[in-house]
Ligand binder design. Structure first.
Ligand SMILES: Cc1cc2nc3c(=O)[nH]c(=O)nc-3n(C[C@H](O)[C@H](O)[C@H](O)COP(=O)(O)OP(=O)(O)OC[C@H]3O[C@@H](n4cnc5c(N)ncnc54)[C@H](O)[C@@H]3O)c2cc1C
Length: 364
């Protein structure tokens, strides 16, 4: 598929090109068949040149960084997987600039270690800095969009390389104009920091309780980071090669937003199943009311660890919302589990769950 001349141009652009590479080695789920080609780019200029060359030739291309939000089919990807392997991180007085490929938690740690606040609630999220705007990553009451100063984008339609503000990204709940589209590559990000070293106001009850603080209070960023990491570890949400509960793509389903006209029917269906006196977690959201996907899954009959210890793919034993590979699963196993859970919730409550990760050559 790659003619020798194009392959030589990729090498000249600084990419390390290999063939028939198992993508399971590059995803946190440890799933995914082979990439026909893998082109690893360890400098931003090489990344730009490689994407421009492939787009010019019309070669199918998949961007991959940390592989922590990707579900890739067992047949792999019949094109070029461009692995973003840049690493630079520079902490300045009131902001940090990071290459797209820099490990996100390394960015957070570098800012906290240098005495700055702002990013601590996003500690422990796997993957790269460049992917954080793609789905507007968020945790413990903070979304990256609230601290994003600007993003350097390579526009794949025009070939232009320019910095844009967060307003150009259409950031929403686990989404942006970059997700599920091939329009642009994030090359670098810049994020605002608090120079007094205090955290963002605590906006998540569980975290505030763990810190012995009130919601809305600020605490030293280093202390908040420590508690966030501890909470995340207790839910299997920090990568650990020895713990299959972390062989996941994080939360598999987004929290569903139910439109106002459908809400009474959904709440009635939930109450009929769980009892009138049980409090249903619900939060106001754009377009309706947000329900908790994890809570719905559990109440629909899928407990942590579902279906059982022998299943190749099962719900995490620490967190209902994470679908995990126990070591021998295929993507087909994981997708079958995802469908079973999604359909079970829909049958029980009339609410359809949607996957949060990006699926490639597979459909949930
Ligand atoms: C254990 C665990 C916990 C998690 N917890 C959270 C959480 O708390 N909050 C949260 O929001 N997410 C969470 N996630 C999901 C995931 O970590 C984030 O979405 C992360 O930002 C993905 O980064 P990545 O580099 O691994 O992206 P990848 O998986 O490599 O790519 C994801 C998508 O982004 C595209 N992409 C990657 N880099 C770029 C780029 N530079 N430019 C353009 N497109 C690009 C890819 O093509 C793909 O479509 C979790 C995942 C795991 C495994």
């Amino acid at each position: 598929m790659l003619d020798p001349r194009t392959r030589a141009r990729l090498a000249d652009a600084g990419a390390a090109v290999s063939e028939q590479v198992p993508l399971s080695d590059f995803t946190t789920l440890r799933l995914g068949g082979p990439a026909r080609y893998l082109a690893e780019c360890s400098s931003t200029s090489s990344l730009i040149d490689v994407v421009r060359i492939l787009d010019e030739q019309g070669v199918p291309l998949l961007l991959l960084a940390g592989g922590s939000n990707l579900v890739i089919g067992d047949d792999g990807f019949d094109g070029v997987v461009v692995r973003i392997a840049t690493t630079g991180v520079d902490v300045h007085d009131d902001h940090v600039r990071a290459d797209a490929g820099a490990g996100w938690d390394e960015v957070v740690a570098a800012t906290v270690d240098a005495g700055f606040g702002g990013l601590e609630c996003l500690s422990g999220i796997p993957g790269s800095a460049g992917a954080t705007p793609v789905q507007n990553v968020g945790a413990y009451g903070v979304e990256v969009g609230s601290v994003l100063r600007r993003v350097r984008l390579l526009d794949r339609r025009t070939g232009q390389d320019e910095w844009v503000g967060p307003g150009a990204l259409g950031l929403g709940y686990r989404t942006s104009v970059l997700k599920h589209t091939d329009t642009a590559v994030v090359l670098e990000v810049e994020l605002d920091l608090r120079s007094d070293g205090t955290s963002a106001p605590l906006a998540y009850r569980e975290l505030a309780v763990a810190l012995g603080a009130a919601e809305g209070e600020r605490r030293p960023a280093a202390e908040v980071r420590e508690h966030v990491l501890a909470l995340r570890r207790s839910k299997g949400m920090v990568l650990d090669a020895g713990d299959h509960d972390t062989w996941s793509a994080g939360s598999f389903f987004t929290n569903p937003v139910v439109p106002d006209d459908r809400l009474p029917g959904v709440l009635a269906a939930i109450a009929a199943r769980v009892g009138e006196d049980v409090r249903i977690p619900q939060f106001p959201a754009e377009g309706g009311t947000k329900l908790s996907a994890g809570w719905l899954i559990e109440r629909a009959g899928f407990a942590k660890g579902f279906p059982d210890a022998d299943a190749p793919a099962r719900l995490s034993t620490k967190h209902t919302l994470a679908l995990t590979n126990r070591g021998e699963a295929s993507t087909a196993d994981l997708v079958a589990l995802a469908r079973r859970v999604r359909d079970g919730v829909e049958d029980a409550f009339g609410v359809r769950l949607h996957p949060e990760p990006v699926t490639v050559n597979c459909t949930v």
